[in-house]
Design a binder for this molecule. Sequence first.
Ligand SMILES: [Zn+2]
Length: 436
Amino acid sequence: MIESVEELCARLVRFDTTNRGHGQGRGERVAAEFVADRLTDAGLKPVLLERAPRRSNVVARVSGARPELPALLVQMHLDVVPADPDEWTVHPFAGEIRDGYVWGRGAVDMKDMCATVLTVVSRWAAEGRVPERDIVLAFVADEEDTGAYGAHWLVVDHAELFEGCAAAIGESGAHTVPTRRSDGTLVHLYPIGTAERGVSHLLLTATGRAGHGSRRNDDNAVVKLVDAVHRLAAHEWPVHLTPAVRAFLERTGAALDVPVDLSSAEGVDATIARFGVAARMVENTVRNSTRPTVLSAGYKVNVVPGLAQAQVDTRVLPGTEDTFLGEIDRLLGPGVRREFLTDQAPVQARVDSPWFDAMAVALRAHDPAAVVVPYCMGGGTDAKAFAKLGIECFGFAPLRLPEGFDYRAMAHGVDERVPVDGLRFGVEVLDRFLSG
Ligand SMILES: [Zn+2]
């Protein structure tokens, strides 16, 4: 008897795998052991790997009928971000199923996909089916922090587990983005992630001459830093259309029947403004960004400090890495030093590829109205780790969502939940895609 996908998802939610960052949190072990048991029940031989106690990763390989084909990696994470029960309608770790939804932290990020994948492999075992190619399943730790106990560790210390994998699917993509045309017709957009901006967190340091606040000081670290931070924040980064974004704009524009003008920055911005709710899928990925987030300097109002620091969240589009840093340095000017707190390169898979086409076919098989488009993620996932192995990474976690369901407010938000029929749709789409 196979457990329903919603029950599996609810059970996974009940394992509190909160990741508080900096190695703090409960760890993923209880969830990992549960997943490993399910995989074993499905006839697989999962391995549990921990870089530190309780920070567990589970990896298993499903042998395909045609091992000569390139293998496919399915990468998921078991950890979740914190949730404050006082803010929620239900307890975030109760794993309740009510009103057609599974409620709880991790319901869309991303115990939903863990549950759909476990359901697919259990079904294969029960029906005696095997996929065409080898499928590697990775349920990892620590995605919600640095990945140092999860994907980024595995690709360095256990790269052999991913031998032969040419492509990977993971979170952030293939969920319905229901969008209205101007005539009211509903369009079922399904954006598949084919790229991610790179993430660099910069620490800026200005030094100067410390002294009394009442005296003239032409070498004030606070002034130098504030000027540089302002130049960086106020800079209008140019529009740069990556292949994923260009294809998204052209194909979404055609589906929504709105004019598409990609000949200038104004044209691009005006095009995006016509996209309705789908604008959110692209508005942050037509430009690089440099957003100051942390400032620190000084300790007393009448003392000029000798040092001032700022942190800046910077995001870089694939193909612009070479010029981006040079431009940042020009804006910072002399007297401000920069160093990286985080530096993860952008990732990019092919938009026009057999992988993408097969994903689109699987989606359309179960939603004939699906309009499948590529898109670029504004932030990042564990794809950044797996791409280092030369694996082409896609955001493909199929889920059917009703109109008005604010998917983006769910991940890391209050009252995170996922529709039960959306999960069932995910099982069917994944079964089809992974079998082929
Ligand atoms: Zn996630």
